[in-house]
Design a binder for this molecule. Sequence first.
Ligand SMILES: *Cc1c(COP(=O)(O)O)cnc(C)c1O
Length: 380
Amino acid sequence: MADLKPSERGRAWVEIDLDALAQNITDLRANTPDGCEIMAIVKADAYGHGVEKVSKRLVVEGIKTFAVATLVEGVALRSYAPDSDILILGRTKPEDAHFLESHCLSQLVVDGVYAKALNDTGCKLRVHAAIDTGMHRLGIEPKNFDEIERIFNQENLCVVGTATHLASPDSFEESDMEFTNSQIESFFALIRKLEKKGYNVGKLHAQSSYGIYNYPELKCDYIRPGIMLYGVQSQDDITKIKANLHPVLSLRAVIAQVRWIEAGESVSYGRLYTTEKPIKLATAGIGYADGIPRQMTNNGGMAVVNGHKVPIIGRICMDLLMLDVTEVERVEAGDIATFIGADGSERISCEQVAAASGTITNDILCRLSTRLPRIYTGDV
Ligand SMILES: *Cc1c(COP(=O)(O)O)cnc(C)c1O
């Protein structure tokens, strides 16, 4: 009898290795001070990895605290992580505050006006106070101490955490390191001032992935790893403590056609690529609508086909792209091309894809389309 559903690996897909995720948790724990816990960042569908399976496995691994960007993400996550602390990093409209209360979600509060607006809804809310120590994205600057106090003094808001965000924890430039240290000092000076006035600042947190591996001496209650939870760095760069990470995600597609074309022929839209000699051409069923960056055109984009690294040639199309597989002796329609991940002894890292696209891995991963089925290995 024929299968009831088309094959998941019919065209292009994402593979998620949940055991690799667990290994990354082990490495993060090995590199954080005693008493400091992981607040797993699973916004944007867990950086494209699928928040349901990822968060369920993280719960099994003992993760008790999560953060997401939006209320809708928080409500969905609540059903996968029923007993966890969940923090919403983005702004929830005061008129939706009752969802925070009913789903027991904590909210990041970024200024005095917002604190009052949430308080005036009458909902009893758990909040984290956002302190702006120099990122200038969200939060209150320490010099505006009265405004910070206002968050603590709302009767319906219970402050369970105080947070800041580092602007360049990945940089080893002298001036950037000085800046990061000034952010850290200003955060802890503020904390001391609040405590001196009798406020309970709750749990402290400041470090995203690079902060964890470059400023390991920081004494906070939480670390907030996002990208490194998924086993990759934002770019191919070094960290003060060596990160022993395992990439969780692979991206693959099936080759739809293979044939020879002659010398002097152009390939794809705009005729950007012309063959210098006869080549064996493979067309793979994946394109920019799946999240392969169109910017990778003529910029070093690669795939692995049957254990050989081959170049993407010509413009990347919406649903298709072309590969020069002349060097691959045996290749036919139905074979697999790998765009992120390993095939045989060859591997393409997400960092390499990001470099060939002029962006960072975070951007590559969270733009992988929902059109791609997520196929999981390892237990949930
Ligand atoms: C997204 C985010 C993180 C995670 O950042 P990574 O660089 O991916 O580790 C941490 N904290 C906040 C506030 C964030 O918005």
